[in-house]
Design a protein around this ligand. Structure first.
Ligand SMILES: [Cu+2]
Length: 67
């Protein structure tokens, strides 16, 4: 099980938090996510998902992942 702390740009309110949480929840292999404005702590199964998948899902939802 891997854990990733992701910094996210473009979030401003609880709607953004819900949108990011939903995007992460849609990835197979993600077991949990603690999302707040500006960041997310994600636990996932490395054999099913990668950090790239997490980033792609967040960006698809309209936010920017900081390096
Ligand atoms: Cu918002």
């Amino acid at each position: 099980m891997a854990e990733a702390k992701i910094k996210i740009e473009g979030m401003s309110c609880q709607h953004c938090v819900m949108a990011v949480k939903k995007a992460l929840g849609g990835i197979s292999g993600v077991t949990s996510s603690d999302v707040e404005v500006g960041s997310a702590l994600v636990r996932y199964d490395e054999s099913k998902a990668t950090g790239k998948d997490l980033k792609a899902a967040i960006e698809k939802a309209g936010f920017t992942v900081k390096p």
